[in-house]
Design a protein around this ligand. Sequence first.
Ligand code: PHE
Length: 341
Amino acid sequence: MKEQLAKIRSEALAAFASVKTPSELDALRVQYLGKKGELTAVLKQMGKLPPEERPAMGQLANEVRAALEEALERTGKALEAAALEERLKKEAVDVTVPGRAPKIGHRHPMYTALDEIKEIFIGMGFTVLDGPEVELATYNFDKLNAGEGHPSRDWSDTFYFDKDSRVMLRSQTSPMQVRAMETMELPIRIIAPGRVYRKDEVDATHSPMFHQVEGMVIDKNVTMADLKGTLNTVVEQLYGKGTKTRFRPHHFPFTEPSCEMDVQCHKCGGVGCPTCKGEGWIELLGAGMIHPKVLEMSGIDPNVYSGWAFGIGLERTAMRRFKIADLRLIFENDVRFLEQF
Ligand code: PHE
């Protein structure tokens, strides 16, 4: 029996030592220390021993049990520690791995172009105004010297909200000239960017909704020279020093004289190429000296004050700035397009 106990002890300890998992260890616990285990089986034979041998054998059996229980606990703890170590290793966060950058958006190319324009004018002391897209015909036409019956009022020119053609989507940002004259103290220096609407079919250069930036200066002794000087400065800041401009006579009901301003083609330098359609010049904006009648209608004395105004199309500016060939791309908001800017 002594040998049996010694055998159990050495076998069990060896088995514990080579165990790899908690469940293996538990199986061994059952095998050696369980109710039907090997140690119990030996103890059950105790009764067959002569009475004088029982105490010593009992003590030995208890020692073996204690040794096995101690080894069991130790092994169990070691396995737990190893498992934890393993998990820590597996779940460890490598703080040196570069992060995955979240996709964030950026400014739309057209607003980048607008920001540049705003920046330039703010630098020259202009105030930026915001105005209504749903406008009264009075502001869009009448007070801009395009009264009832004027060709530019043709109902098909834009979108009206009522039968009497009084409320409409503004067809230009020029009504902001009137709104500024009616509400602001003189002298006035403003730009007013925003959406405008026209009954245009969508194609590579047209859209029924597009953006303009209106600009206006009213003060004493303001002349056409101020208009040219200011716009030339703006163009040089937008397209680089030495960029040439050209002013052509034109007609707008609310300016007199009126003009259109072209910039020398940045692609060919004025020789003529596909970008400028062989002209050497690209049309940029409409402008002119504010018509005395317009000043008068808004309560400003044209004998004391004079002013100039311009209106520039923002999409075309952005298209030129970012070399965008088709205007529709600006509004489609395809990420593959927008990502390029
Ligand atoms: N409103 C004009 C247009 O839409 C542009 C313009 C603005 C012309 C101001 C002269 C002065 O074509």
